[in-house]
Design a protein around this ligand. Structure first.
Ligand SMILES: [Zn+2]
Length: 300
């Protein structure tokens, strides 16, 4: 009889332990808002990394990213019920702007009190192209705008935002210097790009874009387009093509087999490991790749 009670007590203790443990895992996963916390939601990866560097280690702020890690660019993105649930808890929503968040109207309508921070507000965007984070200088402007508007929305943390931002901008400035050091190799060069985001790279490095084939999703490329690219490369003396590996590899292989141009695969910085330094590291790698591509081109 006694043993039975001991058994029941032990079982109850085990169940209670499991229950608490599982609840904890669940809570940690969804990051429920705590009392007094200010919730900042970002629309996609580059905005998340920018905001993470402005916010830093701060218990008052709950920072969350809207889209799934592998979403990439948000063109044609549909908000999920989980996104709407997350936005319903948000105090501020940081977007890239320039039309990349095509669902913005829906959000503004549903949450009229939400503070929307448009990071590109002070950026001179290239017409019909809002991939401004791909230009280090424009990205620095975005970071400054995020800092200014977050500070206005949450003044209690303004001092910390300012310190964090200053430290991040210092790192970005030295990254910009490294990019400028490569400019003598790239300036004035005719290039072809397989992703419109690289118009911002061309802008920063002084390159001339002679042809844009936008391959930022899987699609059929017509024989006419292939012929156009090959002709542009051959006639325009194009030695380097900038492409994204994910969607541009097939086209890259085709052009590489038909011309002497070299394909330089750059990161569009829309995916990553959510590390605060991931923009710095990926852009650093892009600069190294550009330097290699255009140095080889010199001895050609
Ligand atoms: Zn895009």
């Amino acid at each position: 009889m006694k043993n039975k009670y001991v058994f029941v007590t032990v079982m109850l203790a085990v169940l209670l332990f499991l229950g608490v443990g599982l609840t904890e895992i669940y809570v940690n996963h969804t990051e429920e808002k705590e009392d007094g916390q200010y919730t900042v939601v970002t629309s996609f990866y580059p905005m998340y990394i920018a905001a993470l560097n402005v916010v830093g280690e701060n218990d008052h702020i709950r920072l969350e990213n809207l889209s799934e890690p592998q979403t990439g660019c948000l063109h044609d993105y549909q908000l999920t019920p989980a996104d709407m649930q997350l936005l319903s808890t948000a105090d501020a929503f940081i977007i890239n702007g320039g039309g990349i968040e095509s669902f913005l109207g829906e959000v503004a309508e549903q949450y009229p009190d939400l503070t929307i921070i448009n990071a590109s507000e002070q950026v001179d965007l290239i017409e019909d192209n809002a991939h401004a984070w791909m230009n280090i200088e424009d990205y620095m402007t975005q970071v400054k705008t995020i800092e200014a508007e977050l500070s206005a929305a949450d003044p209690a943390d303004a001092e910390q935002f300012s310190e964090n931002t200053e430290a991040y901008l210092a790192k970005l400035s030295s990254l910009k210097e490294q990019a400028d050091a490569v400019k003598p190799l790239t300036e004035g060069k005719n290039i072809v790009i397989f992703h419109e985001a690289y118009e911002y790279v061309a802008e920063e490095f002084g390159m001339q874009v002679s042809y844009v084939m936008d391959l930022d999703e899987e699609r059929q490329v017509s024989a006419g387009e292939v012929a156009d690219v090959v002709r542009t490369v051959t006639d325009g003396g194009v030695r380097v093509i900038l492409a994204e590996e994910l969607y541009g590899k097939d086209m890259g292989d085709t052009v590489e087999s038909e011309t002497d141009a070299k394909i330089c695969y750059l990161d569009t910085l829309v995916r990553g490991d959510y590390d605060a330094d991931s923009y710095l590291n990926a852009m650093q790698q892009n600069i190294t790749l550009l330097k290699e591509a255009f140095s080889d081109e010199k001895d050609h």
